[in-house]
Design a protein around this ligand. Structure first.
Ligand code: BTN
Length: 244
């Protein structure tokens, strides 16, 4: 399946039994725009905010995709997060799963996390040299260790087992399609339309304090704009989180 996809897209897709992190494996200079590294198991899978990412062997998809967005200014790098999140949204929709994007780019179904994204950007001056887009999506796992986020999987959502190779193919095409149409699309609007709890008052946490606020938008550099009791405030990633 992977060989066929690789031929179809004319890109390099390498599948490894075990790696530390696919994001690191993809850093090899033999990989270029559109190439991907997949692993059946990662021993040091990384998540956002310094967390680890664990995934049962053979059950899910853990892969990294190389983008070389040299036409995008470094200060506009959040646009890559938007395109990737919308591509994942589209792929899940293909399977009949209606997801939401939890800022900045977690993918949720109702209150449950189905997919995590870790994007590592290499910047030189004002240019975005490459984006290593790491994706962990729960495909067939049905039992999870107790964690602080509520996990779900594609299988739990649609009630049947899926072929991970096929899911990779759909995800790959959906993300590349969103990426390729970035410049001509109204991506900001589309991202907001799919945003988890957009325009709804909910509980947030910042620096150990919880408060009610409403997401009103996303700033130019990807910051979250929240309407609080003290007016509209902007928050950087890691500064604030949803209380689910
Ligand atoms: C998160 O939700 O915290 C992000 C999780 C990202 C996990 C993926 S799995 C493939 C790639 N390799 C890694 O080490 N991390 C990402």
């Amino acid at each position: 399946m992977l060989d066929r996809l690789s031929e179809q897209h004319n890109k390099r897709f390498d599948l490894f039994e075990v790696v530390e992190s696919t994001n690191d494996t993809l850093r090899d200079e033999k990989y270029h725009h559109g190439d991907a590294v997949l692993a059946l198991f990662q021993t040091k899978g990384r998540g956002q905010k310094g967390n680890s990412w664990s995934s049962d062997k053979d059950q899910n998809l853990t892969f990294s995709l190389m983008l070389e967005p040299t036409h995008i200014k470094a200060e506009k790098q959040f646009i890559i997060s938007k395109a990737v999140a919308l591509g994942i949204y589209d792929a899940l929709k293909h399977y009949g799963i209606e997801a939401r994007i939890k800022w900045p780019n977690d993918i949720y179904v109702d209150n449950r996390k189905i997919c995590g994204v870790l994007i590592e950007n290499d910047v030189m001056g004002t240019t975005l040299l490459r984006s290593i887009v790491g994706i962990g999506i729960n495909v067939n796992q049905s039992q999870f260790p107790s964690m602080d986020v509520n996990p779900t999987s594609m299988q739990l959502e649609i009630g049947r087992e899926l072929n991970c190779g096929e899911v990779f193919g759909i995800l790959y095409s959906s993300i590349m399609k969103r990426y390729d149409s970035l410049i001509n699309s109204d991506i900001d609007e589309q991202y907001l339309e799919k945003l988890f709890r957009y325009n709804q008052e909910h509980l947030f946490r910042c620096g150990g304090k919880t408060f009610n606020a409403t997401i009103k938008g996303i700033g130019e550099h990807g910051e979250l704009l929240l309407l609080t009791d003290e007016g509209t405030k902007s928050f950087q990633f890691k500064e604030v989180e949803h209380v689910i």
